[in-house]
Design a binder for this molecule. Structure first.
Ligand code: FAD
Length: 570
């Protein structure tokens, strides 16, 4: 297993239609070339060429239309595995391209969840035209607090409504013919509602781009925008659930964007460092530089293994198996932040080169911090996954095994996820077998001992009510939990993939260090208790087990061969 190389890439999808989509997309970017890609990034040019390409090849229609609405195109389906793969490829060429796709995917959430057949037909047509979609949830003043939404839909008394309000941070809001807008009905109920608006309507005021990037993150206002029943997607409880369920779909697609971005950066960084000779030695031969490359590459492989395995759980989800909600939040908060670390490690080595304007480095450095903040910050996701900690550790249950899933089917459960509450009742399969099966690897064994100590602490020196409510204590504790979940799925995927055990053991080198780092944050918290300190010290003092030969083997076999293995067409 290694990082994505567009020039030697074969799609994970078995069907010809999907392979064509992937091949044509790579050819589009390589045909555009690096110079043009960077010029467009620097000049913040809108993605007209990309839009035209997507329309010509019907790519949005194929990737984001469930079969039922496909109009006969056999390549249409909503397939989480395929969308993740596509997101990674777009991220490889820049998060702006990924974001265009991402906002379209999000905007379609409330549409495919609704019972409004006319809106669905219209969406299928707009997808065929290649127009992007948008998801209009956020407002300037309210951030994560969606209860406080101020956008309104006021009945006129003749069965129609007028929409008023301002939405802020809305990707593609400058070009979307269907913007799924969230608001409240002002008919005395204050019901939540999703309705569709079109950027071309004269009552839709595009106020501008909130950010200074190629992406268009719109501030727009609706002034007495006329809405009929035909434009209403969801109302009441269903509209509320659609917010969370759409974010569930969207946020799983964020990690792949980060992965792609890091992969491209990695090729360029290692090529630069390997060819740079200082004091008579290549930078890649300096032990600290090599360590950064090792750590970055291992983290990147970890991100890919986790995301791939989580995708199987996503596709297998149903009303009785909602494990995907934990794996999704873990993807969102870990894969994206691991991506930030990857770029940080590599940038430290390439140093000044990372500032040069005619490189992909500046693109990635500018964009890599975004994904962790979209669709719920890291904090919001850590607080979410904490709800699962008890069930995960202390109340496992059995499920039928979940095999890798590349079937050419729609993941329709995602549009029928049901009520968004009841998270406390979700149960998980026992995490221990995945670890036990790999305990012969010394770093996995070290990690197991840390996790056992952590679990002991939760049982014998559990956080008290004050600590539970203090997010400065609860967040690093939640981070520790997330690393266990992350490790479990990495191991599951490594076994399915028959990953080189050298690589797996080296991955758990950084896992042990990360676990200790968050334990130190809990230890440092002013409210930590004496009985908790004893457990935390044990975790902090657990070290990865060094193996110099193995370290060199991984470098020689997997990492150094990446020098010159990919360079974008000029
Ligand atoms: C580039 C970009 C593109 C975006 N695109 C879209 C889009 O297309 N459509 C759309 O609707 N929105 C979009 N957003 C908005 C995005 O979803 C919000 O940024 C996000 O929901 C967080 O809101 P906020 O950044 O205002 O932070 P706030 O909600 O103001 O949070 C402030 C701080 O409080 C913390 N916090 C808040 N709530 C909790 C909690 N429950 N538990 C613990 N900590 C908490 C946060 O972590 C943060 O540190 C976009 C944002 C950006 C930056």
């Amino acid at each position: 297993m290694n990082i994505l190389n567009p020039k030697k890439y074969t799609s994970l999808m078995a069907d010809e239609g999907s392979r064509t989509v992937v091949d044509k997309t790579i050819a589009f970017f390589e045909g555009m070339g690096k110079k043009r890609l960077l010029e467009d990034f620097d000049s913040k040019a809108w993605y007209q060429g990309f839009t035209d390409f997507l329309a010509k090849e019907q790519i949005l229609a194929k990737l984001l239309t469930p079969k039922e609405h496909s109009g006969g195109d056999p390549d249409c389906r909503w397939d989480t595995a395929r969308n993740g793969e596509y997101a990674e490829i777009l991220g490889f060429y820049g998060l702006g391209y990924w974001y265009y796709f991402q906002c379209t995917l999000l905007g379609l959430g409330p549409v495919w969840m609704s019972k409004n057949e006319n809106a669905k037909k219209k969406a299928a047509q707009v997808l065929k035209e290649g127009s992007p979609f948008a998801f209009g949830l956020s407002e300037r003043a309210h951030g994560a607090d969606i209860y406080a939404t101020e956008t309104t839909l006021t009945p006129k008394g003749d069965g129609t409504y007028l929409a008023n309000g301002e939405k802020y941070y809305i990707g593609n809001g400058n070009k979307a013919k269907m913007v799924s807008v969230h608001g409240k009905v002002k008919d005395g109920t204050d019901d939540f509602v999703f309705f569709v608006a079109n950027y071309l309507h004269k009552a839709y005021e595009l106020k501008g781009n909130v950010i200074s990037h190629q992406e268009y993150v719109a501030d727009f206002a609706l002034h007495d925008y006329p809405i009929t029943e035909e434009d209403i997607l969801l109302r009441g409880r269903e509209a509320w659930d659609a917010i969370l369920n759409t974010v569930n779909i969207g946020k799983f697609n964020i990690g792949p964007g980060s992965i792609g971005l890091c992969e491209h950066y990695f090729y360029d960084a290692i090529a630069h460092a390997a060819n740079r000779v200082l004091y008579g030695i290549h930078v890649t031969d300096m032990p600290h530089a090599r360590r950064n490359f090792m750590d970055a590459w291992l983290r990147l492989i970890g991100m890919k293994l986790y995301q791939r395995r989580a995708t199987d759980y996503f596709r297998a989800a149903n009303a009785d198996d909602r494990r995907y909600i934990l794996y999704n939040a873990t993807s969102k908060m870990k894969v994206t932040v691991q991506g930030e670390q990857v770029i940080e490690l590599l940038w430290e080595v390439i140093a000044a080169k990372g500032f040069e304007k005619d490189t992909f480095f500046t693109v990635a450095e500018t964009e890599v911090k975004g994904p962790a903040k979209l669709e719920g910050t890291v904090h919001v996701n850590v607080m979410l996954i904490r709800k699962f900690m008890k069930s995960y550790f202390f109340n496992p249950t059995e499920y039928p095994p979940i095999a890798p899933d590349f079937e050419t089917k729609d993941d329709l459960f995602l549009f029928n996820q049901g009520v968004a509450h009841g998270l406390g009742s979700i149960r998980f399969h026992d995490y221990r077998p995945a670890f036990e099966a790999n305990k012969h690897l010394p770093n996995v064994a070290a990690f197991i001992s840390q996790v056992e100590t952590f679990k002991d602490m939760l049982e014998k020196a559990a956080p008290d009510v004050g600590q539970d409510f203090d997010s400065s204590f609860a967040l690093p504790l939640g981070e520790m939990f997330s690393i266990v979940v992350y490790g479990q799925l990495i191991l599951e995927q490594a076994m399915l993939y028959k990953l080189d055990p050298d690589v797996l053991n080296q991955i758990f080198d950084f896992m042990v260090r990360d676990f200790a780092r968050f334990a130190l944050q809990v230890y440092d918290n002013p409210s930590v208790r004496e009985d908790q300190i004893a457990f935390l010290k044990e975790i902090i003092l657990t070290k990865p087990v060094p193996d110099d030969n193995q370290y060199e083997r991984v470098w020689d076999k997997h990492i150094f061969p990446l020098v010159g293995a990919y360079e974008m067409n000029p």
